[in-house]
Write a protein that binds this ligand. Structure first.
Ligand SMILES: [Zn+2]
Length: 181
């Protein structure tokens, strides 16, 4: 049995008839294995894993904790930059084109650059701080246009185009980047 963990990646559960309590081991490849009693379920293994994160981190090859630390630091830095920039940029474009939104949220999801909730909150990914400004503006204008159009209809794209005439190119270029930190 295996499952995926956001920090450790693929985790292997190896059932062992002689095992009375879970034992974690890390292969030289960095892959984590849990040796566990036969009745172990994925649910149970995940609970053990959550309770033992520090113990497991200590077993990881040295390069992994520092990679994690570097990633944490990068995320923190990006969040700081995003907080000082994105809400103001959003407000700038909203004011310029007369859009009303109820709030802004900064996200760090791995898959989306932005979204708009039905309550009118606009979410912007902090990863936008890594992309060139015209692409960043395209995402903001895209989400603002969703205030008037919930879908990706021709009317929606016409509205995006009226504010960002080069949106087709910006949209294509954006695919070269990933929102994940
Ligand atoms: Zn959209």
């Amino acid at each position: 049995m295996t499952f995926n963990d956001s920090e450790f990646g693929e985790v292997v559960i190896r059932k062992n008839a002689w095992s009375t309590r879970p034992k974690f081991s890390v292969a030289t490849s960095g892959k984590l294995t849990i040796s566990a009693p036969p009745h172990t379920t994925v649910f149970l293994a995940k609970r053990w894993l959550n309770a033992s994160r520090n113990e497991i981190r200590a077993k990881l090859p040295i390069k992994d904790p520092s990679t994690q630390r570097a990633r944490d630091a990068a995320k923190k830095h990006l969040m700081k930059k995003a907080r000082e920039y994105l809400p103001y940029r959003l407000e700038f474009w909203a004011t310029k084109y007369g859009y009303k939104y109820s709030g802004v949220r900064l996200s760090h999801a791995n898959t989306r650059w932005g979204s708009r909730s039905s309550s009118g909150t606009i979410s912007l990914n902090i990863g936008l701080m890594k992309v060139p400004e015209p692409l960043r503006d395209y995402v903001i204008l895209h989400e603002l246009a969703h205030i008037n159009h919930m879908d990706h209809s021709a009317e929606f794209w016409a509205e995006v185009e009226s504010h960002d005439p080069a949106y087709r190119r910006h949209r294509k270029l954006l695919k070269q980047y990933s929102p994940g930190v």
